[in-house]
Design a protein around this ligand. Structure first.
Ligand SMILES: Nc1ncnc2c1ncn2[C@@H]1O[C@H](COP(=O)(O)OP(=O)(O)OP(=O)(O)O)[C@@H](O)[C@H]1O
Ligand SMILES: [Mg+2]
Length: 331
């Protein structure tokens, strides 16, 4: 397990107002309420959480996790470890079998607009334009039309999509749809935003662009963030802290604090000949990524061995490659 080093931070999670597919245009509320006050990232915690689904499978066992107000926390770990389940617990979509889930010190009893979720496939409503998608949670929250329009303008500017406000989701690229989903998630000024592998389906260039956007947007909005990813370099770029989730059952196996200046670079291999091909920041980032990769490799091997019924040859002896170039793109 990694030693806890230094705290930086800001993080969070949450849920979007859930739309019934049948909803086309929400009716304007009779009494307009003002937009919520300026956001401040909230704290969140899992305390001794065990989750068993019907049938007895233990998905998470005694998981404790604290997220500080405004922290950017990344979760990484092998497939099936329970990372999405942790997000669902924080969002209030799933209830623990044992233990407690807290948001700002209060038990989470269900989804709420103060916690937003962005999933892998941007779940924009296909029957609404981008502008109306972003406005949707504001309409549900009863924000007055003039204020709503102002907020939508602001959000579309933030994600650089003002020119596409009238486009339907199918007319946008995958990266644009994800930016639209982020804008919609931020509409009600959530105090925590939960990302579940939001860029996994995008190509490398688009991922790097959006990582920069998320870093910028989340910092600007001071929202707490919990970000699940398979890509270790993504976790090291975005996280104030990276928590490693083991599997079978899901549990916390370690954490690493990422004490690197921001904004961080997309790939840590930028050429700086005077520093032997990498900047100081790169070298530190590479070391952090390598530690995470080493720890996770043990878990991945464990899963592979179990699945191969003992016939699995470990990959951990490994050349490892040059960590300046290879940071563990995925798990
Ligand atoms: N509704 C459910 N009912 C029963 N089992 C479930 C349910 N949801 C998830 N699981 C199980 O819980 C375990 C953890 O799933 P989860 O989706 O949280 O993992 P993950 O770490 O997000 O994986 P991945 O990296 O592949 O997305 C898996 O074994 C999965 O089969
Ligand atoms: Mg998942």
């Amino acid at each position: 397990m990694f030693a806890v080093t230094k705290w930086i931070g800001a993080t969070a999670a949450a849920e979007l107002a859930v739309a019934e597919p049948a909803v086309v245009e929400p009716a304007a509320p009779s009494v307009a309420r003002p937009t919520p006050p300026a956001p401040v990232g909230a704290s969140a915690a899992l305390q001794g959480v065990t989750l068993e689904y019907d049938g007895g499978a233990t998905v998470l066992e005694d998981v404790s996790l604290d997220v500080a107000p405004g922290e950017a926390l990344c979760l990484v770990g092998p497939s099936g470890g329970g990372k999405s389940t942790i997000l669902n617990l924080l969002a209030g979509l799933v209830k623990p079998t044992r233990g407690r889930v807290l948001f700002d010190g209060q038990p989470v009893t269900g989804p709420g607009p103060e916690r937003a979720v962005v999933f892998q496939d941007a779940a924009l409503f296909p029957w609404l334009t981008l502008e109306k998608n972003v406005a949707f949670p504001l309409e549900v929250a009863g924000v007055a039309p003039a204020e709503r329009a102002e907020r939508v303008d602001e959000l579309l500017r933030l994600v650089h999509l003002s020119r596409f406000r009238g486009a339907f989701p199918h007319e946008l690229s995958g990266g644009m749809r994800q930016r639209g989903a982020i804008a919609r998630a931020l509409a009600t000024r959530p105090r925590m935003i939960l990302f579940d592998e939001p860029f996994a389906a995008l190509d490398g260039q688009m991922r790097e662009l959006l990582q920069g956007e998320v870093e910028r947007i989340v910092r600007a909005s001071r929202t707490t963030m919990v970000f699940v990813t398979h890509a270790i370099d993504e976790a090291v770029r975005l996280g104030d802290r990276v928590v490693l989730i083991g599997t079978r059952p899901g549990r916390v196996i370690g954490e690493v604090h990422v004490d690197l200046p921001r904004p961080r670079r997309a790939a840590f291999g930028g050429a700086r000949p005077e520093l032997g091909g990498a900047s100081l920041e790169d070298v530190q980032a590479v070391r952090i990524a390598q530690r995470i990769a080493d720890e996770i490799r043990v878990e991945v091997d464990k899963v592979a061995r179990e699945e191969a019924d003992g016939a699995w040859g470990s990959s951990s002896g490994s050349d490892g490659g040059d960590p300046r170039r290879h940071l563990g793109r995925g798990i």
